[in-house]
Design a binder for this molecule. Structure first.
Ligand SMILES: NC(=O)c1ccc[n+]([C@@H]2O[C@H](COP(=O)([O-])OP(=O)(O)OC[C@H]3O[C@@H](n4cnc5c(N)ncnc54)[C@H](O)[C@@H]3O)[C@@H](O)[C@H]2O)c1
Length: 252
């Protein structure tokens, strides 16, 4: 990764932050993109404090102007873009299909699905002109199986898998590898926020652990390792792979 440039959307927290730090530790120039300026700046500072190179770029991945500027800012800062982790995502409100509001549907799919497509659109346009690259999209175990109470989230994450496979086929011969990770439950601020809003958080935590073959939550670093590997030359023959990193959840 030394001398390469890696862009991480949603890099201001959780899995994105860990991936950004892992790219930085591997020697990449890191661009941390996020709507959360404080979180994004903090991630960039953590990478620089550890001796790496990083900048923060504000961007809402659901807005095409922001995404175009995000990729332009990456190229302006480091001269190119080699690796991208399209990770920004939200959980949204928990409601079953008939109760999901149109607003919730549009917000979740706008960030979690359209945001991944927009990011790939501008990343790939640059990579095609500049010798290729590697892209990893962040789906979810709920991109592979349904999830009670998360219709828009699960639909968006299934959509990310379709987009990933399609782009992988389209650009395999242009030197661009596109893959996806499907994390299981990972202890991040996103999950902590949902759980802390529930009166019976402890029993929910226990039931999540019980449903996990490995018997525990994942840590963000365990997803980051897979992402950096998928972007590395060691994964040069890995194209269109949908990789569960989920403690065995979807193997059941
Ligand atoms: N934590 C889990 O258990 C889990 C499991 C499977 C998949 N995922 C996926 O991993 C990704 C990261 O989740 P996390 O748990 O680290 O969450 P998180 O809330 O800790 O981090 C998400 C980051 O994305 C940013 N973000 C939100 N909307 C954005 C937008 N429109 N544009 C740019 N940035 C935006 C947030 O500000 C935040 O910094 C998401 O796509 C999520 O769906 C998480």
């Amino acid at each position: 990764m030394i001398g390469k440039t890696a862009l991480v959307t949603g890099g201001g927290s959780g899995i994105g932050r860990s991936a950004a730090i892992a790219f930085g530790a591997a020697g990449a120039n890191v661009v941390v993109a996020d709507v959360d300026e404080a979180g994004g700046e903090e991630t960039a500072a953590l990478i620089k404090d550890a001796g790496g190179k990083a900048i923060f770029v504000p961007a809402d991945v659901s807005r095409s102007n922001d995404v175009e500027s995000m990729v332009e800012a990456t190229i302006a800062a480091y001269g190119g873009l080699n690796c991208a982790f399209n990770n920004a995502g939200i959980q949204g409100a928990l409601d079953q299909t008939a109760d999901c509001t149109e607003e919730n549907w549009d917000r979740i799919t706008g960030i979690n699905l359209k945001g991944v497509w927009l990011s790939m659109k501008y990343e790939i346009t640059h990579m095609l002109k500049n010798g290729g690259g590697a892209i990893v999209n962040n789906s979810s175990n709920f991109g592979l199986v349904g999830s009670n109470g998360m219709p828009a989230y699960s639909a968006a994450k299934h959509g990310v898998i379709g987009l990933t496979k399609t782009a992988a086929l389209e650009y395999a011969q242009s030197g661009i590898r596109v893959n996806a990770v499907c994390p299981g439950p990972v202890q991040t601020p996103l999950v902590d926020k949902i759980l802390s809003a529930q009166p019976d958080a402890d029993s929910i935590i226990d039931s999540i652990k019980e449903r996990e073959p490995i018997g525990r939550f994942g840590q963000p670093e365990e997803i980051a390792t897979a992402v950096v590997w998928l972007c590395s030359p060691e994964a040069s023959f890995v194209v269109g792979a949908i990789l569960p990193v989920d403690g065995g959840f979807v193997a059941q």
